[in-house]
Design a protein around this ligand. Structure first.
Ligand SMILES: [Zn+2]
Length: 518
C-alpha cells in the first residue's frame, strides 16, 4: 500500500471516529454507571460482549476460569493484534460526574475513581472504524479485543499469558486513561509486585473470663506488621509495600480465632520482588510461632515491572502528533480547575497544576537508571514481556489528582472523558492500520523484543502453575451495593447523556449546585 493511500485511509478513520462520538459517549457513560469492582464486572462484560457480537466478533467467554473475562476476535490470518483495556473500578469512589467536590451517587459505593470506564469504549470505537476499512480494502489480519479484569488487584493478565491466550498474538496495544495523549517505550520505572494474603488461625476464648485459653490470630497479624515495618528500614528505596487488615476478628470480648492481612510487595525486578515475598512469608511464619497460631498464605495477584516496545511506540507517536489534543471548552477547563483547587493539586515542575493539558506530551523514554523509579504497577507488563506491547494514554482525566480516589471520577462521564476517548480512538485506529499494512513495523518490533528487551532478562511468571485467579474478591461488596447502584444505571434511550439523567448542570463547582463557576 502506498504512503499516500495509507494517509488517505487514516483521514477516513479520523472522520469515521468523529462520526461515532455519540456511540463512544454512550459506552463511556454506561460503563461509568455500572461501577464494578475487580472480578465482578458482570454488567460491563455483558454490555461489551453484546456490542461486539452484534458487530460480527467471535466471543470466547470465561477465559482462565474468570467469569467476567473474554476474548472477542474478528478477521482472519496473520498478523493477530490484541487490543485491551481495564474495566474494573475503585472501592468507595462513587462520585457524580461533572461535580468538582465530593458528592457520591451512592454513599460508600464503588466508582470509577481511576477512569477504567473509558478504555474499552475507546477500543471498540477504534476497532469498528478500522474493521470497515479492512473489509472494504480486503486487508488480511485478526483483531482480538480483551478486558483487563481486576486490574486493581493485578489479578488476571499473568493468568491469560500462562493459559496461552496470547501465544499466537503478534503485538498488543493497550489503552489506559491519562491526562494527556501519549505513549512510552522501554522501562518507564514502574514497579512489579506480588499480592499475598496471610491468614492466621488461633483459638477463641472469653477475652475477659479466660484469656489464657485463647490464641489470638489478630496478635499474629499485628506482630507480622510490626516485623515488616522494622524490616522496612533495611530495604532499598525502590520498594513499595503496603497492607490492609482484611479480618481483624469479630468483637473485643472474643479472642480472635481468625485474622488475615493482605500485602502488596512491590519492587523493580523479578528477583527483588521474589525476595520481598520470601521475607514476607518468613516474618508471617515468625509471627505465627510467637502467637502459637497457624499461618497459611495465598497469592491474589502479580505483575512484572513494565517494559514497552520502541518501534510500535514510535509508530503510535507519529499518529498521536497527527491527532493532537482535543479542544477543551470553557466548561471543561472550569471543572478541571475547580477539581484541582478542591484537591489542592500539587505543583508540577515548579508550576501550579492548572486546568486540562493544552500541550501534547512527549514520547516518554526509558527511566534514566535501572534503580530509578518505584511506584505503581500494572499487570499489562506480563503481556509486555511475552510479546511486543505498548500502552496508549489518552486525555480523559484531570491532571494533578491523587489517583484511586473519588476525585478521579469527576471527569469520567463528562465531555472531558468523551473527547479524550475520541482522540485516543483515532490514534489507536491509525496505529492498528499501520501494523496491518506495514509489515516492517512488526518485524522491527520483534527485533527490539528479542534483541533488546529480552536479551538479558527472561520472563518468569510470579504466579505458579497451580495458582488460581482470586475470583471471590469483591463479591460481598458488590452484593451490598448493586441493588442501590442499579437505580442509577445509564438509560440512553431516555437521556442524551448521563449528566442529563442525573440532572447535573455542567460544570457544578459550588455546593449550591447552581453556579457555572465563572
Ligand atoms: Zn488503571
Amino acid at each position: 500500500m502506498t504512503p499516500a493511500k495509507i494517509d488517505a485511509l487514516k483521514t477516513e478513520l479520523a472522520k469515521e471516529i468523529d462520526g461515532q462520538k455519540k456511540f463512544s459517549q454512550e459506552m463511556v457513560d454506561m460503563i461509568f454507571s455500572f461501577g464494578e469492582l475487580g472480578f465482578q464486572e458482570v454488567e460491563t462484560s455483558r454490555y461489551l460482549i453484546d456490542i461486539l457480537k452484534k458487530n460480527g466478533f467471535t466471543i470466547k467467554e470465561g477465559i482462565s476460569g474468570i467469569p467476567t473475562a473474554w476474548t472477542a476476535t474478528w478477521g482472519s490470518g496473520k498478523p493477530v493484534i490484541a487490543v485491551g483495556s481495564d474495566i474494573d473500578c475503585i472501592p468507595k469512589a462513587s462520585q457524580k460526574p461533572g461535580v468538582s467536590y465530593h458528592d457520591p451517587i451512592v454513599e460508600g459505593a464503588p466508582g470509577h475513581g481511576e477512569g477504567h470506564n473509558s478504555g474499552q469504549p475507546l477500543n471498540v470505537t477504534a476497532v469498528l472504524a478500522l474493521k470497515k476499512i479492512m473489509e472494504r480494502e480486503k486487508i488480511p489480519g485478526t483483531i482480538m479485543l480483551w478486558p483487563g479484569v481486576a486490574e486493581e488487584q493485578l489479578a488476571t493478565k499473568a493468568y491469560f499469558v500462562r493459559d496461552g491466550f496470547f501465544k499466537d498474538v503478534d503485538a498488543c496495544i493497550f489503552t489506559h486513561v491519562s491526562n494527556n495523549l501519549g505513549t512510552s517505550y522501554g522501562d518507564g520505572g514502574m514497579t512489579g509486585m506480588i499480592s499475598v494474603q496471610f491468614k492466621f488461625e488461633g483459638q477463641a476464648s472469653h477475652a475477659g473470663g479466660a484469656p489464657w485459653r485463647g490464641k489470638s490470630a489478630l496478635d499474629a497479624v499485628e506482630l507480622m506488621n510490626i516485623g515488616w515495618n522494622y524490616h522496612r528500614e533495611h530495604m532499598e528505596t525502590t520498594q513499595r509495600s503496603h497492607y490492609v487488615v482484611t479480618d481483624g476478628g469479630d468483637q473485643p470480648n472474643v479472642v480472635p480465632s481468625k485474622a488475615s492481612v493482605w500485602y502488596y510487595f512491590r519492587e523493580r525486578s523479578y528477583p527483588k520482588i521474589m525476595q520481598m515475598y520470601k521475607d514476607g512469608v518468613k516474618i508471617a511464619d515468625a509471627a505465627a510461632k510467637m502467637t502459637d497460631t497457624k499461618m497459611t498464605y495465598e497469592v491474589l495477584g502479580s505483575a512484572w515491572p513494565g517494559h514497552f516496545n520502541q518501534p510500535i511506540a514510535e509508530a503510535m507517536y507519529e499518529n498521536i502528533k497527527m491527532v493532537g489534543l482535543p479542544k477543551w471548552s470553557d466548561e471543561d477547563q472550569t471543572l478541571a480547575k475547580a477539581a484541582q483547587k478542591e484537591m489542592q493539586s500539587p505543583a508540577d515542575e515548579g508550576k501550579p497544576t492548572e486546568g486540562l493539558a493544552t500541550t501534547l506530551g512527549v514520547l516518554r523514554k526509558p527511566a534514566l537508571t535501572p534503580s530509578a523509579g518505584g511506584g505503581g504497577s500494572d499487570d499489562i507488563a506480563d503481556i509486555s514481556w511475552n510479546l511486543p506491547t505498548i500502552v496508549l494514554g489518552y486525555p480523559s482525566n484531570i491532571p494533578g489528582l491523587p489517583g484511586h480516589h473519588w476525585a478521579n471520577a469527576i471527569s469520567m462521564a463528562t465531555p472531558i472523558a468523551h473527547k479524550g476517548v475520541t482522540a485516543g480512538a483515532k490514534a489507536e485506529a491509525m496505529t492498528l492500520l499501520d501494523l496491518f499494512v506495514k509489515p516492517e513495523i512488526l518485524k522491527n518490533a520483534w527485533t527490539y523484543f528479542n534483541e533488546v528487551q529480552t536479551k538479558d532478562t527472561k520472563y518468569t511468571p510470579l504466579i505458579s502453575k497451580t495458582d488460581k485467579p482470586a475470583i471471590q474478591l469483591n463479591k460481598k461488596i458488590m452484593e451490598e451495593f448493586r441493588p442501590e447502584m442499579k437505580k442509577y444505571y445509564y438509560d440512553p434511550s431516555k437521556y442524551a447523556t448521563y449528566l442529563e439523567q442525573l440532572g447535573i448542570k455542567y460544570p457544578t463547582t459550588t455546593r449550591e449546585g447552581s453556579s457555572t463557576g465563572k
